[in-house]
Structure formats: C-alpha cells, structure tokens
Design a protein around this ligand. Structure first.
Ligand SMILES: CC(=O)N[C@H]1[C@@H](OP(=O)(O)OP(=O)(O)OC[C@H]2O[C@@H](n3ccc(=O)[nH]c3=O)[C@H](O)[C@@H]2O)O[C@H](CO)[C@@H](O)[C@@H]1O
Ligand SMILES: C=C(OP(=O)(O)O)C(=O)O
Length: 441
C-alpha cells in the first residue's frame, strides 16, 4: 500500500491534534539506552522509524512494552547486550546514527551502517559524527558494510566546534557528554525545537546541560543517568502541514499547538502567500482572504523569497510544504534551500499537474504560481515532506490524482490519511495505481 489515491477539490475543515515530532522521538528513544532504569514515554507515534528502533532494542534483549493506541511506551535496558559482529543497526533512516553514542557509552563499541541516509536530500555526511566520537576517545575501523567504532576506556569530556549546526551530530554530542567524565562544550550546536525537546528529556534523566536552545551547549558528565517519564509535544511539521492543507484547499483547519512562540517566522512565511495564521488558546488556524497570492516585495527587481536553513531560520523540512503553496499562489516565489544540495530535483514532477516551476540551481527554485492545474499521476522520491507536498497539490485540484511511492509519509506521520479523511479529504492508500470503484470519503 504505497500509493496514495487522491480525489481532490474538497475544502478541508475541522480540528486536528498533531502527533509527536519524529525528530524528537527518535533521539529520545536512542537516549534511553544510556540508562538501566525504566523510562516511560507518552504520545509515542506509531511510525515505521520508531518500530525499527524498538525492533533493534528487542533484538538486543531490552524490555519494550508499547501501546500505540494509547501512545505509551515503557522501555528498560537492564539486560541489554550489543555485539557489533552479530547485531545490525536499522537502515534507510537517518536516526540510526543516533544509536551510536549510547552504544559507545554503554558497550564501548558501535556501528555506523553504510545506509544511514534517510530521506534522499543529497549528501548526508557522517564525518561530523565520526569527528565527535573521536573527540570523546573512540577509534574508527572501516568495514565492508559499516564503520565500527570502539572505545577501550570510558568517554572523556571534550570541547568541539562543529563545521555547521548539524541536528543529529549535536544530539550525539550531548549523549556522549552526558556520561563523560568532566565538562564538555559544543559550539555551533543545532537548536531546532526537536533538539531542545531532546535536551529536556536528557535533563529529566539527570543530564546536566546548559545553554539549551542556543548555539553553545555546556554539558557536565554525571556518573549515571536515572529513569523517568516524558510526554512529547506536538510536531511543528504537522502543525504547519495541516494549516497549509487547510489553506491550499480553501478550507478552515484548526490545529492544536502548544508552542506558538516557535512560529513567528513560520507565520510570516505563510503571510508571503496570503495566508494569515492565528494562535489562540492553544490552537492555530490559517485563513486565506480571497485567493492565495504572493505578496510583492518592496525591493524592486527582487523575487519574493523563502529561505530555509538551520534553526532559527525556517526549517528545510518545511520547504516542500511551502513550495506546494507557491504552485497555487498567484505570483512568483523563490525557494532557497541553504542546507541540502539534492532536495529540489523532485520539483519536475510538479509539471505533470501543469504547474510552472524553474530549478535555477540545486539550491534554488522559482515557482510561477496560479496556473490552472489538472489532476495527475506523479512519483514521490524517498523524501517524507515531498510526498506530502505532492499530496497537497493533488488535494487542491478537482479530480483523481495518484501519488506513487508515498510510503515515506509513514516514517513520520501516524494516521495521516485518517486525519485528512476526518477533515473531509477523499484520500486512500492503495497497492496499485488502478482506478478504485470507491474512494474513501
Ligand atoms: C532524524 C533527524 O533529525 N533528521 C533531520 C536532521 O538530519 P541531520 O542531522 O542528518 O541533518 P544535518 O543538520 O546534519 O544536515 C544535513 C546535511 O546538510 C548539509 N548541511 C547542513 C547544514 C549546513 O549548514 N551545511 C550543510 O552542508 C550536510 O551535508 C549535512 O549532512 O536535520 C535535518 C536538517 O534540519 C533535517 O532535514 C532532518 O529531518
Ligand atoms: C529528512 C527527514 O528525515 P530523515 O533525516 O530521518 O531522513 C524528515 O523528517 O523530513
């Protein structure tokens, strides 16, 4: 069931409670390996990346009790054993690399599998990770199917300045430093909302972290981390996605959002397309006056633009969502992905809908929006938010479209299609692209 059949043209209306952020949940899951005490997590999403990590835990002898219907997980790594010659880490997901720090800290050995790429966005380096592990005392061996890292002595504190504010490298640094003897500092640390949420979880376990949310983190190692309980907050990616789906279909969607303080730049980005976002009483809502329209800049001879880069810029993972709005909004918009060199190639698929988008270089795309669009069959790359962006465009067009290979959505968004159907969408998963007699409605 990897294709999405979309009968578009229905305005989405209603309320939706987003799930937790995959990019917060996965580092938290990996960090549970740092303690032998029980950890209880709430609002754990039923997504494929989570299931892969839990399968690995079970294979290593950890106790895992998960109830996805209630969103609860109790995990305990008391009798866990990891053998680098026998055990593999999950593949085709980036967060696999987040298992390395806790495995090194606990067992003195870990692997980085050859395929830890995750979404196919271009180069996704492992060198910054390896540098961090080496700084903490690990040595690296190249194998055929993986790098093997070993540490003969306990990790020792270090100071490090990253080449760039890498999300998962920052999380690996924090996990290494949490139990390393002494005080470690990381400069040019990432500060995305999910990095902050992860650091708050580490504090619940007893980690001593200062500078949370800034680009310099100071971590003082402790002898042992304890157990604890933690409840995940709403995923800002889902908040933005549901608001944008409401706007692009001409509907009215309200989305639960406990952290509107993270949204000023996101709100201003929506406003560039003529979408007003309001936050009230823990809920967010998007309103379009008239039609989607690119707001003209005051600077002459300049295209209106959306720039995405490490936080506190607009997150790159949101760019496809705004590109979908750009295709629909009257006027021209330049999208600038300052992080990835291979994240925009998929935009040629947009022409199948009749959309006009011009890829000026690997980092910049211009949409000439507001053209009449037709339903189409399109192929999604292995990029979660691109499958969603293609679905957004399809949902805004009257008629039957197919998004082939949309399964990556399941890596991050539980009950995604069910949520959309509750808002009035007519969308269903299908194993084939053939016409179905009855679309889910
Ligand atoms: C599991 C997880 O949390 N995944 C997220 C994490 O991946 P991840 O932690 O892999 O992303 P990084 O922050 O390391 O950046 C990804 C790649 O972008 C390039 N790069 C990045 C920044 C920069 O200033 N210069 C540069 O060259 C590098 O090739 C790097 O490998 O952060 C990415 C960037 O927000 C998100 O897309 C991913 O969803
Ligand atoms: C790129 C993403 O995930 P990953 O880093 O796991 O591939 C994403 O969540 O949009």
């Amino acid at each position: 069931m990897s294709h999405l059949i979309v009968h578009g043209g229905t305005p989405l209306v209603g309320k939706v409670v987003p799930s937790a952020n995959k990019n917060a949940v996965l580092p938290v899951l990996c960090a549970t390996l740092l303690t032998r005490e029980p950890v209880r997590l709430r609002r754990v999403p039923e997504i494929t990346d989570v299931k892969k990590i839990l399968d690995a835990f079970r294979a290593w002898g950890s106790s895992v009790q998960v109830d996805f219907a209630r969103g609860t997980l109790e995990v305990r790594h008391r009798h866990t054993l990891f053998d680098a010659a026998r055990h593999r880490l999950p593949e085709a997901m980036r967060s696999s690399v987040l298992l390395v720090a806790p495995l090194l800290a606990r067992f003195g050995v870990a692997r980085i599998e050859n395929d830890v790429q995750g979404c196919t966005l271009g180069v996704r380096e492992i060198d910054p990770h390896v540098e961090v592990f080496e700084r903490f005392g690990a040595r690296v061996e190249r194998g055929d199917d993986a790098l093997v890292l070993r540490c003969d002595a306990p990790l020792t504190a270090t100071d490090h300045w990253l080449d760039y504010a890498s999300v998962t490298t920052t999380e690996n640094f924090v996990m290494c430093a949490a139990l390393a003897a002494g005080t470690s500092t990381l400069t040019n640390a990432a500060s995305e909302p999910h990095v902050q949420e992860f650091c708050r979880f580490m504090q619940v376990l007893g980690a001593r972290i200062e500078g949370l949310g800034t680009s310099r983190l100071r971590i003082t190692g402790v002898d042992a981390l304890g157990g604890g309980e933690f409840t995940f907050t709403e995923d800002f990616h889902e908040v933005v996605t549901f608001l944008a789906l409401g706007a692009i279909t001409g509907g009215d969607v309200r989305v639960k959002n406990s952290a509107p303080e993270q949204f000023p730049l996101i709100d201003r980005t929506f406003a560039k397309f003529g979408v007003q976002v309001m936050h009230e009483d823990g809920w967010s809502r998007a309103r379009v006056d008239g039609r989607l329209q690119v707001r003209e800049p005051f600077t002459s001879h300049m295209l209106q633009k959306v720039e995405a880069a490490p936080w506190p810029y607009l997150p790159v993972d949101l760019l496809p969502i705004f590109i979908a709005l750009g295709v629909r909004a009257q006027g021209s918009m330049m999208f600038w992905n300052k992080v990835y060199d291979g994240a925009l190639g998929w935009t040629s698929e947009l022409s199948k809908f009749g959309a006009h988008a011009f890829l000026s270089d690997p980092h910049r795309l211009v949409t000439f929006g507001g053209k009449p669009l037709v339903p189409a069959e399109v192929d999604s790359p292995y990029i979660i938010r691109v499958a969603i962006a293609l679905l957004m465009v399809a949902a805004s067009i009257e008629g039957r479209s197919v998004i082939r290979h949309a399964a990556p959505i399941r890596r991050a968004h539980p009950r995604f299609v069910e949520n959309l159907c509750q808002l009035g969408a007519r969308i269903e998963w299908s194993a084939t692209c053939a016409a179905t007699p009855h679309a889910h409605g």
